[in-house]
Design a protein around this ligand. Sequence first.
Ligand SMILES: *Cc1c(COP(=O)(O)O)cnc(C)c1O
Length: 329
Amino acid sequence: MINSSAFSFDDIQVAHQRISPYIQRTPVLTSTTANQHTGAKLFFKCENFQGTGAFKFRGACNALLQFTPEQKARGVVTFSSGNHAQAIAKAAQQFGMRAVIVMPKDAPAIKVAATRGYGGEVVLYDRYTEDREEIGRQLAQNQGLTLIPPYDHPHVMAGQGTSAKELIEEVGELDYLLVPLGGGGLLSGCATAAKALNPHCQVIGIEPEAGNDGQRSFRTGSIVHIETPNTIADGAQTQHLGNHTFPVIQKYVDDVLTVSDAQLVDAMKFFASRMKIMVEPTGCLGAALALSGQIGGQNNGQNKLTNQRVGIIVSGGNIDLTRFATLVQ
Ligand SMILES: *Cc1c(COP(=O)(O)O)cnc(C)c1O
């Protein structure tokens, strides 16, 4: 049985041992320009270099590696149009199991193709008339598949937390850790790791302005549901936090802040032109906040990041070139 109230740093340590042979230990990059611009020391943990191009591969590996032989023989099912789909398909292929992925009919062809390219069996649904979670549950029941959702599962959360663990182990203590927030798998795992290794580190989740359900949930103390938000940050278009992720976020996260799509585009341009890396809009949430100098406003004319050591999870780099060009031009 899975039990999120027992979720702890131990789960992340064990996850890290379990998945290390399969994942990339992603690089931590720095930028003199960004440091000068913000007055801080920024450490970018580049999950755009993770297998399948996003941190989601960590959680997918950690979940699938815990399947029993019987579960493994039957396979996995999930619902996602994005990075979790590719992560589950690739991990399943690598561990020799079947993967069924429920995706919307109007998902970008490139994402459907990528998922199929990793051997995933894609089941299409109509996102206006059908419920993907229900379809996922039906497939699980009828075909004996195990459902691994994109964020609301302790094994997924533990896998995602290994990115913050690697970052802090590599660069040492941080004053702030900035983490993109969708459904909260990444934030709950990273906050748990950060507070265990570095208790004074302020952990901040960052959402797109148009979809600030996580901020509202964090501030009101109960999970707020919204319509699919209109934002270029497609990895953070979730409608609500999870039943497993929310309590962990409440326990360990210090604040949830937002950035605009225009700020995300500025950060994409910064990454491409200054750091020579391609980062998808959702992957820019943390950097967009840091570069905008918005954390807690001004302090004696200095922003709060002045002289602070700031870790930033750059969560993914999956965006097709035409879309990238359109956004940055
Ligand atoms: C999924 C995703 C997120 C959000 O992660 P959650 O665990 O849902 O909060 C952020 N960035 C990228 C690139 C993603 O794919």
